[in-house]
Ligand binder design. Sequence first.
Ligand code: LCS
Length: 388
Amino acid sequence: MDTVAVHAGIGEYEFGAVIPPIFQTSTFKFNCADQGARLFKGEEDGYIYTRMRNPTIEAMEKSIAALEGGAFALGCASGMAAIHTLFAVLLDSGSHVVCSESVYGPTTTLLNSYLAKFGVEATFVDTTKAENVLNAMKINTKLVFIETPGNPTLVMSDIAAIADIAHHAGAKLAVDNTFMSPVLQQPFKYGADYSVHSLTKFLNGHADVVGGVIVLKDAAEYPLFRKTLNHFGGVIDPFNSFLVHRGIKTLAIRMQKHCENAIEIANFLESHPLIEWVNFPGLKSHPQYEIGLKQMNGFGGMIAMELKGGVEAGKTLLDNLKLWQLAVSLGGVESLIQHPASMTHASMNADVRRQANITDGLVRVSVGIENAKDLIDDLKQALELITN
Ligand code: LCS
């Protein structure tokens, strides 16, 4: 992984440049009218227009496909653009989707509020128990979509068991792998058909890009996905692709530090008298600890918790941290803290949210790569204010 992260997607460039140039161009000129016509017919390989294809975007896509062990990757304008393009390819009017109930809020909203308008039906289940997926499958189920670990509860689902159930019913399995990155989890190894990411998070890693990616296991599906992304238009741009590709070079080493810091912080929180519960994949107390051990190479940097004083105590913590920043998003080098019920998952219907165990007191942290003791000291001083 360390080597793949540094070298994948890198080719030979003019002047011996070791890094792919940024082709910040919307269009590419043809040598002559006949060549333009040949490119459009697909009789000649080459670049036409950046929404269709661009060398800087392709370099980044190749690196992610290699990290995931997939055939192709498609860079998208955001994680939501990636998820919506995946749905646009796989679902028709009359299709049914089974989705994890603990997913990023807008994924639920996309299915419930928008795709429903086009005749797509979705059932949300607790996918930590594979039998719930089995029970939710229908004759018209085309896709099972899981997030593991799930945002924001950090619950884990068994990719291999769910892939078997989906395939047995003639459906496909997509995994939102954003919380892990391909360094910590490779869904294709466990039978998934698609992996999607918000590139905005760990893959880019520096909180300065919004992007997404769809990774395909089966090369034969690539032309349809590329055509759909081209027509729906949610492509990433060359400069953001360059930044993501740059970020990926340190992905393996960053993930290692995220993991080291997060386990220390999770242990600190679990032993703190003011914390009601902590959910972190690396704690033995995590209800799906065994599932994590089976399919993950590390436990990641995301932690969910609830304070004993509920929402009010949570607010005191959020408002008094000095090093941790109060912001949504995750996966950057800097540590962030946020309140899902009023922030990342506010777009969800409140009943649906509580049904998914996203309690009103849940606080989510994204552990960065700072010094762990500095992060713990900051948490300590803010927690002390709650007792006083
Ligand atoms: N999938 C997951 C698991 C996510 O956490 C997010 C964004 C997305 C998809 C969508 O990606 P985007 O379109 O933002 O690139 N999660 C966010 C979060 O938890 N806080 O802010 C954004």
